[in-house]
Design a binder for this molecule. Structure first.
Ligand code: MN
Ligand code: MN
Length: 466
């Protein structure tokens, strides 16, 4: 296994391609800050490469043949792209998978309240966060509100230069004597993660009898109604996500890294999608797939998470369209498939070296990371990839001269985490956890290496072509 630093391996041509891939990646991060935005963006990119929506193509009675490119989307939050190969699907697919939801703070269904001259959105955080990291930084609101007549109103405020931003306040240090003695888990409570959204009352009429009781809240409601056509009750059927404001940035004097929100796991999602779309013009032997899933950060639950039958259903439709309507052929298509289930790995951080076991850690700029297993407390809830499959992956990567590393998340007893791999492994297919390593995972801004982004695209492409 090679161990050099990728920057020492790349030539001028590589560096040129690396910069192209990374600027494309940063644009995707800026445009895809929620799972819905990622799905819309991915579909847009795929349609430009000739992809068509699966169910409408089937409804039209289109015959599905080798070289066709189709996608299935689930509730606007999860999507699977398929490039049909020459071999029957029942002989197995090559699947790249990753998740597109990221830790964030969600607006509650009854969020709006006024207190002591300030207006807030009440919130409920999503995924594993260090709550104190989300205070006192500029935040944006992305999402949708759906009216009873089914009109979907998109909301995105806090990203443009001229937009206002929002904040979760923290206690001034001068009065934080008691707070500073608390454990980090208790410094900021979940219920205190409320978003400050206003401080100005609505204009009052002269008539004191008609005085607005909650004049600040009324002002915000007026603005929501005027700007978006959203009434207070419409917030019941809204999905508003609070995310860090601003764009992905180059990091370091040498611009070798990227600092951005949501790289877990969009760094794997977009690089997987780039790899698939880059082979769109070739008719391949195997059916290729890129699966972008929601809800990984809360356990892959729900209709848009990998625990749902969404993916299996899409495969069943395609097997019926290309071979025949047969349950056993669907089982074979899934069981014979091979998958790189990608999720971020913990990049070794020398400032926190004590939680890592250095010899089995992932390092930035050392290439695509493979984890034989993930999980915690003795591999619990992990997919533990088969040795025979790992040998096959090693050969694919070595033949294509991809730099890769094998890693675990940290020291055995230090903690752990789950991925979507185990949900796919249920079908009996060969799956291995792979991906890109990042530092300060789940923080509002995460750190990655540009070299690893580029190497991931190369590695995924090699897997699809093998
Ligand atoms: Mn992840
Ligand atoms: Mn995560």
């Amino acid at each position: 296994m090679k161990k050099e630093n990728l920057w020492l391996v790349y030539n001028e041509e590589d560096n040129k391609k690396l910069n192209e891939v990374c600027s494309r990646y940063k644009t995707c991060l800026d445009e895809g800050k929620t799972e819905r935005e990622c799905v819309a963006l991915a579909i847009d990119m795929a349609e430009k490469k000739g992809y068509k929506e699966l169910h409408s193509a089937l409804a039209k009675g289109d015959a599905v043949k080798a070289g066709d490119k189709l996608y299935a989307v689930q509730m606007n939050k999860c999507v699977a792209f398929f490039q049909i190969g020459k071999k029957p699907m029942s002989e197995g697919m090559r699947i790249l998978g990753a998740h597109i939801d990221s830790p964030r703070i969600d607006v509650k269904q009854k969020p709006l309240y006024e207190k002591d001259g300030l207006v807030y959105f009440d919130t409920h955080y999503y995924g594993g966060i260090k709550k104190y990291q989300w205070t006192a930084i500029p935040l944006a609101i992305h999402g949708v509100a759906v009216k009873k007549d089914k009109t979907t109103i998109p909301v995105c405020v806090g990203e443009k230069e001229e937009d206002p931003v929002f904040v979760i306040t923290d206690l001034l240090v001068h009065l934080a004597g008691e707070q500073m003695t608390k454990k980090a888990t208790e410094v900021v409570t979940g219920e205190n993660l409320d978003l400050l959204i206003g401080n100005r009352p609505i204009e009052q009429s002269e008539d004191l009898e008609k005085e607005e009781k909650e004049a600040l809240k009324a002002n915000i409601l007026n603005i929501l109604s005027d700007t978006y056509g959203i009434e207070e009750e419409d917030l019941l059927s809204a999905e508003l996500e609070i995310v860090p404001s601003g764009k992905a940035r180059d990091l370091g004097f040498d611009r070798s890294m990227i600092l951005a929100y949501g790289q877990d796991d969009r760094i794997c999602a977009f690089t997987s999608l780039f790899a698939l779309l880059d082979v769109a013009d070739t008719v391949t032997d195997n059916t290729l797939c890129c699966l972008l899933a929601d809800k990984e950060e809360i356990g892959s639950v729900g209709a848009t998470g990998m625990d749902s039958l969404f993916f299996e259903n899409a495969v069943a439709e395609l097997v019926a369209a290309t071979e025949k309507d047969s349950q056993i052929l669907v089982r074979r298509a899934l069981a014979n498939s091979k998958m790189l289930s990608s999720d971020v790995s913990a990049g070794f951080d020398p400032l926190y070296a004590s939680v890592f076991e250095k010899n089995n850690s992932a390092f930035l700029a050392k290439g695509l990371t493979f984890n034989k297993f993930t999980g915690s407390r003795g591999k619990s809830n992990s997919n533990d990839a088969n040795a025979e499959y790992i040998a096959e992956i090693r050969k694919i990567m070595d033949d294509a001269e991809i730099m890769y590393q094998f890693a675990e998340l940290g020291k055995v007893d230090a903690g752990g985490g789950g991925t979507i791999a185990r949900f796919m492994a249920r079908y009996g297919m060969n799956v291995i956890d792979s991906g890109v390593s990042v530092m300060n995972m789940h923080a509002p801004y995460e750190v990655s290496s540009k070299a690893d982004v580029y190497e991931a695209v190369r590695g995924y492409t090699a897997f699809l072509k093998a």
